[in-house]
Design a protein around this ligand. Structure first.
Ligand code: 8YV
Length: 307
């Protein structure tokens, strides 16, 4: 019997789920061989461009292993009535945990301390500057979706005061709302960026927002690089206008600009916020469930609302 064909632009982990997929589907990787393909598997970073969609005239489903859809031409998908699925909820804790880790690493100089020891500076009698308490600061969350709200729950659970900004105030939220990033930054010292990427959020954290955050300020970005103006961020770190940053995402991954590499107290991570074995297993399972539902003509578990 002919197995349904899938174009996979990204590998799936863990191996047992990848094996199950390979048993159920004929998986190809070359878009040039995919004119008859109805299902594409991609991830948040890769997405699917207009040009790629044009090379896939039979496309019906874009199954994203992740939650970001900023690298997908959603207008074109809507126009051609192509469904997009993502993997919401199952990665929220992993990403929120990473955001907290980056805040602690920057605020308490953990990454710097590691480098200090390895460079032999501790043994040589050197000193490292004092960090600042993280849990005693007010936290601001920019982007109050599933990940932002999961992070807010964690921070509140640790006794922190949490504020947020989003497109609109949420009537069911225990946290205080601020109408825009500037108003948020004025009232907090820890700014967590969890907003969706794309044109609407590009450059939301700019020089003014960073200045409003103040000299105790720490910016953590686990969303998409362009939400934060990286030149303004490097400048604010260099001049001491803010105290630190923790970044998991960048404008042009895997390239990281020298300005950030050389900025003081800037903790860097290679886009690994969802990269736990637990989250990646649950994400892969959800991708598989969406693809299986598509081929069985059942309702899809997690369609992205592309309205
Ligand atoms: C993943 C992400 O790194 O969910 C997203 O949008 O950026 C990350 O969770 C990516 O999708 C790889 O699977």
């Amino acid at each position: 019997m002919n197995r349904p064909r899938i174009l996979a632009l990204t590998p799936i982990h863990p191996q047992d789920i990848a094996d199950r997929m390979a048993a159920d589907y004929d998986i190809i990787h070359d878009i040039a061989q995919a004119a008859d393909i109805e299902v594409v598997l991609t991830n948040g970073g890769l997405g699917l461009s207009t040009e790629q969609m044009a090379a896939l005239p039979a496309l019906r489903l874009i199954a994203v292993n992740g939650v970001g859809v900023d690298a997908i031409d959603l207008d074109e998908a809507r126009r051609r009535d192509i469904t997009v699925t993502t993997t919401p909820d199952v990665l929220s804790l992993a990403v929120a945990e990473m955001a907290l880790g980056l805040a602690l690493a920057a605020g308490r100089r953990i990454a710097e301390g590691d480098r200090f020891i390895r460079a032999g500076e501790w043994a040589d009698g050197g000193k490292i500057a004092l960090g600042g308490s993280v849990l005693e600061r007010r936290a601001g969350i920019l982007g109050y979706g599933r990940i932002g709200r999961k992070l807010a729950d964690l921070l509140r659970g640790m006794g922190m005061e949490v504020l947020y900004t989003a497109r609109s105030e949420k009537s069911d939220s225990p946290d205080a709302y601020r109408p825009d990033p500037l108003a948020l930054a004025r009232d907090c010292e820890l700014l967590f960026v969890t907003a969706a990427g794309g044109q609407d959020t590009r450059g939301l954290v700019d020089a003014d927002v960073l200045a409003a955050l103040g000299p105790l300020g720490i910016v953590v970005n686990v969303a998409r690089g362009p939400v934060v103006d990286s030149a303004a961020l490097a400048d604010a770190l260099q001049s001491g206008r803010i105290a630190g940053a923790g970044l998991d995402v960048f404008d042009d991954e895997p390239d990281v600009p020298d300005a950030l590499l050389n900025a003081p107290n800037c903790v860097l991570a290679p886009h690994i916020a969802s990269a736990t074995t637990e989250a990646r297993r649950a994400m892969a399972q959800l991708v598989l469930d969406n693809v299986a539902a598509y081929f069985a003509d059942r309702p899809l578990p997690t369609p992205y609302n592309n309205g």
